[in-house]
Every structure is written in structure tokens, then in C-alpha cells.
Write a protein that binds this ligand. Structure first.
Ligand SMILES: *[C@@H]1O[C@H](CO)[C@@H](O)[C@H](O)[C@H]1NC(C)=O
Ligand SMILES: *[C@@H]1O[C@H](CO)[C@@H](O)[C@H](O)[C@H]1NC(C)=O
Ligand SMILES: *[C@@H]1O[C@H](CO)[C@@H](O)[C@H](O)[C@H]1NC(C)=O
Ligand SMILES: *[C@@H]1O[C@H](CO)[C@@H](O)[C@H](O)[C@H]1NC(C)=O
Length: 285
């Protein structure tokens, strides 16, 4: 009953913000996000002048040298004074949906760089669908240090080739953890967003000093409700920078990139998570 009493007031606020019908209200315009079609960006190969990146891997006696001195970057968006460093899920920049979402950040006014986090060999099945052994092997081949080195090359391209200093980072699943890692002090990244991060560590959360936004799914075995509550509590109690947290019902792990757009709840979740990131970046970058 209380609700109906307040309804006329809400209507009048609504009409004062959006002069005509709701269809013309800017918040209802989701046209800059593309779910299908062809990607519009280009790949560039960048070497950040550190020829010993692969040496790092060799030093740890790994059989495969994963970190080349040159890294492939998917780049998209018009020239801009602000950028998004896009950190993919395990399907990498090879996945069309990752490219399309990067393009969408481009249409939101950002120059976008997405480093090839798996050096040409991304996963073919999702982490949550791998056997424990498969998961262990995949993650052992993409250690935080190696991945940080690849991300650093993307950042170097933004800062030293494109001369952009206002940099946001967005990360999905695997990449979500790294969005947090790059919000620690002194990295050069000023704001971040993570959707359904996996393997995010407590010390990586409490180390952030820059604003973060996070999107959780209610059905996420890689980041289940109990873990989400811990992450939220650490942001609330152990950090002091701006943050925001959203929980999307009717969504599963991966929804920020690979939602089933025929399902209205997933379509809403993916689009809203994208605009959650864009508005957060626009505010804090
Ligand atoms: C890589 O090169 C830098 C600068 O030349 C040097 O300080 C560092 O020790 C080298 N790292 C490895 C693992 O070789
Ligand atoms: C978070 O803060 C609490 C209370 O100060 C502390 O006991 C806990 O160790 C902190 N957690 C981390 C991961 O630093
Ligand atoms: C939850 O997610 C899994 C895959 O991650 C999917 O197989 C299952 O159908 C989802 N359940 C619901 C209720 O959406
Ligand atoms: C996508 O969602 C639609 C509508 O809920 C459903 O009919 C379809 O089976 C789903 N597709 C997949 C691949 O899950």
C-alpha cells in the first residue's frame, strides 16, 4: 500500500527527467552494446622493450616459454584521452563476444586494448566445465606473474604509444582477478570493473587503492554466493576507495560476456553489467 502512495511521486520525477515516453529516455538506449555481428577492431603486435619477458618463464624451469617479448593486442575504439584495458575470460581475444564487448566500450568513448592473455592458445571449454586436472594444467600455464607481464605490455601500449593516462580496466572471469590486481597502488590504472571474477584472492582485494565495481551472478560455481559475500565484506570493511557491487539474478558464470541473449534475464544482466562498468568508469577515470 505504501508503494502505491509513492507511485505518483515517482512518475512525476520520471517525467521531469525524460520529457516524453520512456522509449526516448537515455537510460533505455542500449544501442552501443553489440551482441552479434562482426567485430570492428584490429590486432597490433606490441613489444614493450623488455626482451627478457620469456627469460622470466625459463628461470622458473617451465617447459613452455609462454611470455613472448611481443604481445598481440586487440585494439578498438576511436582515439580518446581515456582508455579501457580489457582483460578477457579464458576464451581470450579470439572469442567474438570478447571482441564485440571491447568494441562496445569503444562506442562508449574509450580507446580499448585487450592483450592476448594466452598467447594464441585460449581455452576451448569453460573453467567451470573442466575437470580438476584440466583446470590445474590450464591455470599453471597462465600464472599471475606471466599474465601480469602480458597485461603490462598492453598498458605500455596505451601509455607510451597512445599517450593515454586515464585508464580503466575491465575483467571477466579469469580476467576479473587481474582487474583487481591492477587496482593496487602505483600501477597506472585508475578504476576497474570485474564481472564474475574467479580465483580472486583476499590479499588482492585488500591491496586495491582505486575504485572498483563488481558484477556477481546468482548462479556461479566459480564464485558462489558464500565467496561473493566474503568479497563484498572485504570491500566494505577492509578497503576505503569507492566501490559498488551488483548481483544479477537469473544469470550464470560468464554472463558479462557470453550471456544467452534470447533469455531476457541474461540479456538484461549482460547489458546492465556493461553499463554498470561504463558509468563507473565515466565517474572515476
Ligand atoms: C630483466 O631485465 C631487467 C632489466 O634489464 C633486469 O633488471 C632483470 O633482472 C631481468 N630479469 C630477468 C629474470 O632476467
Ligand atoms: C580485514 O579486516 C579485519 C579487521 O580489521 C582483519 O581481521 C582481517 O585480517 C582483514 N582481512 C584481510 C584479508 O586483510
Ligand atoms: C547455472 O549455470 C550452469 C552453468 O554454469 C548451467 O548449466 C545451469 O543451467 C544454470 N542454472 C540455472 C538455473 O540457470
Ligand atoms: C537461450 O535462451 C532461450 C530462451 O530462454 C532458450 O530457449 C534457449 O534454449 C537458450 N539457448 C541455450 C544455448 O541455452
Amino acid at each position: 500500500m505504501l508503494g502505491s502512495k509513492f507511485l505518483p511521486a515517482l512518475w512525476s520525477i520520471g517525467f521531469s527527467l525524460c520529457a516524453t515516453a520512456s522509449a526516448t529516455c537515455p537510460v533505455a538506449d542500449v544501442s552501443i552494446i553489440a551482441h552479434t555481428g562482426e567485430s570492428v577492431g584490429t590486432e597490433v603486435v606490441h613489444n614493450n622493450g623488455k626482451p627478457n619477458l620469456s627469460q622470466t618463464a625459463k628461470d622458473r624451469r617451465r617447459e613452455v616459454v609462454l611470455i613472448p617479448s611481443s604481445v598481440t593486442l586487440y585494439t578498438t575504439g576511436n582515439p580518446s584521452d581515456k582508455a579501457v584495458l580489457y582483460l578477457t575470460d579464458i576464451f581470450g581475444i579470439q572469442l567474438l563476444e570478447n571482441r564485440l564487448l571491447a568494441d562496445s566500450f569503444g562506442r562508449a568513448g574509450y580507446f580499448v586494448v585487450a592483450p592476448d592473455l594466452f598467447n594464441g592458445t585460449p581455452a576451448t571449454v569453460d573453467l567451470v566445465d573442466m575437470t580438476p586436472v584440466q583446470r590445474e594444467v590450464f591455470l599453471a600455464a597462465a600464472t599471475p606473474e606471466d599474465t601480469d607481464a602480458l597485461i603490462a605490455t598492453g598498458l605500455d601500449y596505451l601509455q607510451n604509444v597512445k599517450k593515454i593516462s586515464r585508464i580503466a580496466t575491465t575483467g571477466y572471469c579469469f580476467g576479473g582477478r587481474f582487474a583487481f590486481r591492477w587496482l593496487a597502488e602505483g600501477t597506472g590504472v585508475s578504476v576497474g570493473f570485474a564481472a564474475h571474477p574467479s580465483n580472486l584472492q583476499n590479499e588482492e582485494i585488500v591491496a586495491i587503492t582505486n575504485p572498483v565495481a563488481i558484477a556477481h551472478a546468482d548462479n556461479d560455481s566459480a564464485n558462489p554466493a558464500a565467496r561473493q559475500a566474503e568479497i563484498n565484506a572485504l570491500l566494505l570493511k577492509n578497503t576505503t576507495q569507492p566501490y559498488t557491487v551488483s548481483l544479477y539474478g537469473g544469470n550464470s558464470h560468464g554472463f558479462g560476456v557470453r550471456a544467452n541473449i534470447s533469455d531476457p534475464r541474461q540479456k538484461f544482466g549482460k547489458e546492465q553489467a556493461f553499463f554498470q562498468a561504463v558509468r563507473f568508469f565515466d565517474t572515476w577515470v
